[in-house]
Design a protein around this ligand. Structure first.
Ligand SMILES: NC(=O)c1ccc[n+]([C@@H]2O[C@H](COP(=O)([O-])OP(=O)(O)OC[C@H]3O[C@@H](n4cnc5c(N)ncnc54)[C@H](O)[C@@H]3O)[C@@H](O)[C@H]2O)c1
Length: 141
């Protein structure tokens, strides 16, 4: 698997090295230069994201008196959505809902069937969110 690590600090480096040991191809990215002679490091976020299948975000999440500061994560997520052609149009919450003939109908039918045996909360949430997105952004053709 090709994996990018966004934020090559303490956690990102440890995670990336572990993933390499497991046989993955890892590319490290950071906004500041990192001296990582035996590893693939880039300061080009386009390259890091587009050349890999999965990105792990390992940036700071400092605690403030108001709570956790998620601005670093938001900044990276914004970049990823903007840069990766695989995300955005269809993949992000700003994409359109899934439609088609069968999937929405089958999902509802499956939820209704499975609900008799167990609470399929995840599938219900998928259906609910899809309906919300359908109203806001329409259906993917
Ligand atoms: N260090 C720990 O023991 C530990 C344990 C559990 C969880 N965590 C969590 O893991 C996350 C990362 O922590 P850490 O200790 O690795 O932090 P760190 O400060 O060592 O590394 C963060 C890295 O992110 C980089 N960075 C900042 N903004 C960036 C951006 N926009 N794009 C790319 N890189 C960016 C910084 O330059 C830095 O190299 C935090 O959420 C932290 O709370 C840390």
């Amino acid at each position: 698997m090709k994996i990018s690590i966004i934020g090559s600090g303490f956690v990102g480096t440890a995670l990336g090295k572990g993933l390499i040991e497991l046989g993955n191809e890892v590319i490290f990215y950071d906004i500041i230069d990192k001296d990582m002679p035996n590893f693939t490091f880039t300061k080009d976020i386009n390259h890091a994201i587009e050349s890999t299948n999965i990105s792990f975000i390992c940036v700071p999440t400092p605690t403030t008196p108001e709570g956790i500061d998620l601005s670093y994560i938001k900044e990276v997520a914004k970049n990823i959505v903007g840069l990766d052609p695989r995300i955005g149009k269809y993949g992000s919450v700003h994409g359109k809902a899934f439609g088609g003939e069968c999937l929405p109908k089958d999902l509802k039918a499956f939820v209704s069937f499975a609900d008799k045996y167990r609470n399929v909360r995840l599938l219900k949430a998928v259906d609910e969110i899809n309906e919300e997105i359908r109203e806001k952004y329409g259906v993917r053709e």
